[in-house]
Write a protein that binds this ligand. Structure first.
Ligand code: GLA
Length: 371
């Protein structure tokens, strides 16, 4: 097969519920967006490789014999991917040209960086006949973010980007990475994302701090006589019994994680029974937990969630992703989207001097390619 030109499409990810539990061995319920990054790879005869992103109108040169850390972050995603690929396969890679296009918004809590990494790895894999299977792409992409970028995140984003199926959520058990596809049947309701356009940087200490706090909670629990591997394995009642052993913020993180894990499991039942009203209530509880116990929300996200509460046509809303900015996810009646969006956009921009970007999304395919 002529592998001189490869097109890869890599989606973003949304998460219906199960936030900040993927590094605590819990259940998450994400899916791929129908928005994606598109890569066009071709071989190059030059002594270096070139990547041009039309999305940000930036280009970068890559020399395989100088894959060191860069000052510009998006270049690090590419360089880090090449380093991890070369660790996995001791081969000589061919120089290439890569054009990056697409409609996936950047830095909005829908995982554009993981999407960039996974798509880039897939293209290099195909161009060089490396035969990386999905599990290998998963481990390579995880290594880039964890070790090279330094974000101590869980597995949810990359797993979803690589494995999603159209119109399905994935019930992913992050304790053992087993997954079940759950058909998304939302009837007259749609998933509306409202992008705050407040920029967040997840490698910021705040995300990693939450990871550390969860590890601390787990240690205290085990030191008090339990023997659990993940924070999600203690139930809320047991946790309350040892509350006085922890500082308040550590207890709150642990309480949120156990409650959120339960909410995810419950949500799947509601989805299967088409009980969207009850599902919506869980989205609100999830937001409250993220805001008050886990403390990863922000004014803009809280404002957008609160704005939905008076409308019967919106069954639930919450912040989505790592937090501190990014998007809310709203379960909203299809006929009410336009009215709500125009109302909330106006009040949001006058309140925060930021533009609000609405994204109506359905669940799309995972990573795919064409030769
Ligand atoms: C980011 C991380 C994920 C997950 C979410 C929060 O998107 O990359 O692993 O922890 O935050 O649920």
């Amino acid at each position: 097969m002529d592998r001189s030109k490869i097109i890869v499409k890599s989606p973003g990810r949304i998460n219906l519920i199960g936030e900040h539990v993927d590094y605590n061995g819990g259940y998450v319920l994400p899916g791929a967006t129908d928005l994606f990054i598109q890569f066009s790879f071709s071989n190059s005869k030059k002594k270096y490789s070139e990547v041009y992103s039309s999305v940000i109108d930036k280009k970068c040169k890559i020399y395989f014999d100088n894959l060191s850390k860069r000052v510009i972050q998006w270049e690090n995603y590419l360089v880090g991917s090449l380093i991890s690929i070369l660790k996995k396969r001791k081969v000589e890679l061919k120089n290439f040209n890569c054009l990056i296009e697409g409609n996936l918004p950047l830095g909005s809590g829908i995982s554009s960086s993981s999407s960039l990494i996974c798509g880039f790895i897939k293209g290099i894999d195909q161009l060089n006949n490396l035969n990386l299977n999905n599990d290998e792409i998963l481990s390579v992409s995880r290594e880039v973010e964890y070790d090279f970028i330094g974000l101590k995140g869980g597995i949810m984003d990359q797993f979803t980007i690589i494995n999603s199926k159209k119109n399905n959520f994935i019930l992913l058990n992050t304790a053992d990475n087993s997954a079940e596809f759950i058909k998304s049947d939302l009837g007259d309701y749609k998933l509306l994302l409202l992008n705050t356009n407040k920029k967040h940087n997840l490698s910021d200490s705040a995300y990693n701090k939450r990871v550390e706090e969860c590890q601390e909670a787990l240690k205290i629990i085990n030191d008090s006589g339990y023997n659990i591997k993940f924070l999600t394995q203690i139930d809320v009642k047991e946790l309350r019994k040892i509350k006085e052993l922890m500082l308040d913020n550590i207890f709150n993180r642990a309480l949120y994680v156990t409650q959120e894990n339960n909410r995810t499991i419950q949500s799947v039942q509601y989805l299967k029974n088409l009980d969207l009203k009850s599902l919506g209530k869980l989205l609100y509880s999830s937001h409250e937990g993220l805001r008050d116990l886990y403390e990863v929300s922000c004014e803009e996200l809280d404002y957008l969630v609160d704005k939905t509460r008076i409308y019967d046509q919106i069954l639930g809303a919450r912040m989505m992703g790592g937090g501190f900015g990014g998007c809310t996810i709203n379960l909203i009646h299809k006929d009410f989207i336009d009215t709500f969006v125009s109302e909330v956009s106006e009040s949001y921009s006058s309140m925060f001097s930021l533009e609000l970007s609405p994204i109506i999304t359905s669940l799309g395919e995972g990573l795919r390619y064409k030769v």
